[in-house]
Design a protein around this ligand. Structure first.
Ligand code: SF4
Length: 485
């Protein structure tokens, strides 16, 4: 058995301390050049990355993929035969964590075949001390564990792991760091058409059900000039869409004292002329109406917004520590629709938060009807260890939770279907992204409102923005035909 070196273990309580201090944010130009040792180690080797969870994880995986490709390694989809296997984990829901443990069992088969295989885990689960201890105890073949804020140390950790033949756990907090110089170009990105651009890291909101503020550290914004430079670089490489990324994008700039900075940033990004701009995820009460004015002014900012509400009941919102009321949320939606009447909205809703009453649940249904969402991600509450909500006593039965979930899902489906039924005959603009998974004679993309559209065609359409007449509607997708241009 290899020697195990614990550089640092995560500590959720410590992670919540010392936040919100502007002076403690560290902007650092990182040097990610691989050593000659790693560059020669990587030649001819293969890797496999499995990513769970949100877009922040997708972007983190892209950065690591870039670093592995720079070593001359090749990517493969399956664990079997891979020299390096990475699981980028998500701690937001219990299911994702349990799935990880199942997948680790499969990865062990590869390790049993070749015990030189390096199995690594990163992401939010690895910021939880109990999860790290669980892995150390039950999955001793895992070679390397690192945290969400240790991406910049990936090369030295990997080298240590190989050279010193050690199992390494390094989950330093690093939660004051804003790294620049991470790989930005096409290499490693999941798509050559659409790209995520981090504009800020971390979260200061501490919703009582959520682990993210502990795992990703405090809110800290990148400098505007660095973000704009990245968007310009992507545009030059032919990208058609950027999605500005952060846990609370509209809080961008608050850490450097400018609560209107997101509106300014959005405008500057739109001015680069990149064909499509989206952003995810905003926090309702961080919005300033200036953002909506900018959205209305620039045609390349898409008229779509994912605006998590979580509940339509003020008492539940309070128990969740969401920092707005139902009335304030509706006011934000009203202000947005006033400026962008054709905006489409989607949201996140948690059903079955501890002791949610029938009346509280009905408040959620009525809010959903009032807003008229185009789609929604709905979840049954899943307690995350270490969060305040996990300690709340809950008298609700699973039966009621599932009943409420089904009711909400049926309402959202009904709203989406009604909206989709208005489409046939309309002409929409679609950015084509890929050949359809189900039918290779079809290509798929999204319209300006983020509706999935399929047309007959081939891969030559990928990357093009084309006009499509919709001929058929389904609840969550549309079928259309290309118009000659
Ligand atoms: S805003 Fe709330 S739900 Fe979103 S990441 Fe922060 S704590 Fe989690």
């Amino acid at each position: 058995m290899k020697e195990r070196r614990l550089v640092s273990l995560p500590n959720l309580k410590e992670a919540a301390k010392g936040r919100g201090l502007e002076s403690s944010v560290r902007y650092e130009k990182v040097n990610l050049k691989p050593t000659s040792f790693l560059a020669s180690w990587g030649q001819g080797k293969t890797f496999c990355i499995k990513t769970y969870g949100c877009q922040a994880n997708v972007r983190d995986s892209e950065i690591i993929r870039s670093m592995l490709l720079a070593l001359g390694m090749k990517e493969q989809d399956d664990f079997l035969g891979a020299n390096f296997i990475l699981f980028n984990t998500c701690a937001v829901r219990e299911n994702a964590e349990n799935h990880l443990y199942g997948e680790l069992g499969r990865a062990k088969k590869q390790f049993d075949k070749d015990n030189e295989t390096i199995i690594a885990i990163c992401g939010c689960v690895m910021q939880e001390e109990f999860a790290v201890k669980h892995i150390l105890k039950h999955f001793p073949f895992v070679s390397l564990i690192f945290g969400t804020n240790n991406l910049v140390e990936f090369y030295p950790l990997l080298q240590d792991c190989i050279q010193n033949d050690q199992f390494i756990v390094d989950v330093r907090s690093n939660s004051d760091l804003v790294p620049e110089g991470l790989p930005e170009d096409k290499t490693g990105r999941a798509s050559s058409i659409t790209a995520f651009v981090n504009i800020m890291y971390g979260c200061d909101k501490f919703c009582t059900y959520c682990i993210v503020p502990y795992t990703r550290g405090k809110e800290r914004s990148r400098k505007m000039e660095d973000i704009i430079a990245e968007v310009k670089c992507l545009k030059e490489q032919g990208y058609k869409q950027v999605t500005l990324l952060g846990q609370n994008v509209d809080a961008y700039g608050k850490d450097f004292g400018d609560e209107y900075a997101f509106a300014t940033l959005l405008e500057e990004v739109a001015k680069t002329g990149i064909p499509r701009v989206r952003f995810v995820t905003p926090y309702p009460s961080d919005f300033r109406t200036q953002v909506f004015d900018v959205m209305a002014k620039y045609d390349n900012i898409m008229p779509y917004m994912h605006l998590p509400v979580q509940s339509g009941s003020n008492s539940v919102l309070k128990r969740m520590n969401r920092r707005y009321t139902r009335e304030q949320y509706l006011e934000i939606v009203h202000e947005l629709k006033k400026r962008l009447p054709d905006v489409f909205l989607s949201t996140d809703i948690i059903v079955g938060f501890p002791n949610e009453t029938e009346e509280e649940f009905q408040d959620t249904l009525s809010l959903v009807k009032e807003v008229g969402y185009d789609s929604a991600f709905t979840f049954i509450f899943s307690p995350r260890p270490g969060t305040p909500a996990a300690r709340m006593k809950d008298e609700m039965s699973d039966e009621i939770k599932h009943k409420h979930f089904d009711q909400l899902k049926a309402l959202i489906d009904e709203l989406s279907t009604k909206r989709a039924e208005t489409y046939p005959g309309k002409v929409v603009e679609v950015l084509f992204e890929k050949v359809s998974d189900k039918d290779s004679t079809r290509v798929s993309g999204y319209d300006r409102h983020n509706k999935l559209v399929h047309v007959k065609g081939d891969a030559s359409l990928i990357g093009q923005i084309r006009k499509v007449r919709i001929t058929e509607s389904h609840t969550y997708s549309l079928i259309g035909e290309l118009l000659d241009e």
